[in-house]
Design a protein around this ligand. Sequence first.
Ligand code: NAP
Length: 466
Amino acid sequence: MPGARPRVAIVGAGPAGAYAAASLLRAHGDVEIDLFERLPTPWGLLRGGVAPDHQEIKRLQDTFDRETLASGCRFLGNVDIGVDVSHAELMRHYTAVIYATGAQTDKSLEIEGEELPGSWAATEFVAWYNGHPDYRGLEFDFSSPRAVVVGNGNVAADVTRMLTLSPRELERTDVADHALEALRESRIEEVVVLGRRGPAQVAFTSAELRELGHLDGVGIQVDAAEAELDPVSRQWLADEGTFTARRNVALLEEFAARSPQTSSGRRIVLRFLRSPVRIRGNHRVQAIDVRRNEIVRSDDGRLRPRPVDGDLETTECGLVLRSVGYQAVPLPDVPFEERRFVLPNEQGRVLTPEGEPLPGVYAVGWIKRGRTGILGTNKRDAEETVSCLVEDLRAGALPEPSDSGREKIDALLGRRKPDLVTVEGWRAIDAQELEHGRSEKRPRVKLASREELLAEAGSQTPRGPR
Ligand code: NAP
């Protein structure tokens, strides 16, 4: 069908996919976009990752909606690409496919006891408190007075806040009802956050670190000796330290100088140069063994943690959250770079194992660049990928798909996914959640099971996309 409008499938309706759709509509208005999503709801980590007490960030969903779904981009939810529809099928139906599938699994610590009940990937806790339907059934035990969070990134900051906020504060958020109920009964008094390197190397952004020291009724404790920089880090900060690193070091010095907490509220203890070596417990987590590190500069110039000989410290705890980063998983029939956990790509053009561009296949977000950057980073990233796609379209470099035409993919989806969720279905879910939220004076009350979401979307009744 020469002259037909190009049709682009974006796989993954999280921030990277939404920014890519918006950017593509801006750069090439004459294009049809289908936004595929495994869940019945769009916006990925904006809905299921961003912490419930960061509602101001969640408002970005209005922008995503306005710039994508309300601008003619279709939402095709509850469709798992690679399971319900294959990559080859997408390529037969679309001029181009942009993968925006993010990084779904957690990195392992590879230490003994990691699998004990009570030791969780922080990503599981995050998905659970954010009402991700696949995690609703998890049961966290908050009955011990101490929890340990491993890692010094923004996810560690999020889960630390969620463990220390009072029920009154949690009630003002859209935290999932099942999580609110369980956290209300929490007996946690102290959250210890373990950083394997020092204050100059934390991965927190400064706003997130500052927030940890300003939570209502929550004390922060940093040992002055641990806040003091070692000579290698001091030199690094003076010569090449980033603005964020300087800010973070100053914040940690300020926390260390605070007088010890005397009130009975919860407290956050930030530890540095400490790596977990073993999680211990009889049938469930009871303690974590931690070794001390020093900072050394390795041949590649990076500052690395090196174990220091000496005794291990044992910290008793009933909950361990491992927050040491996410990893992408390979997608069926699409090249994958095992070492970096990304789709091999050049500026978003996915490459074959021989290093040649794979015509019509693109990547954006964490699956393109690895798990770095904050939400806004995806905007520039999407613009880069989209400009390559538009350049290829204009150069006539993208082959005409054999089954082009919206009705053909719609017929396929009609057969395979009678419970497909369209934009109308999502709007029904959204309206219901917001309405329930209004009645409880909360931003929204989430539907947190696939059954409830699909029932509300009305997609139990077989029908095709529109
Ligand atoms: P991250 O920023 O990469 O932090 C991972 C942390 O885990 C680092 O402190 C890292 O230390 C540590 N770590 C890695 N392997 C370890 C090991 N074996 N033992 C002990 N510690 C280990 O990852 P993230 O927190 O999952 O966040 C992912 C991305 O999402 C980041 O770009 C983050 O900024 C973003 N995010 C942003 C927000 C926000 O803006 N509010 C919220 C959540 C997430 P080393 O530095 O020593 O490797």
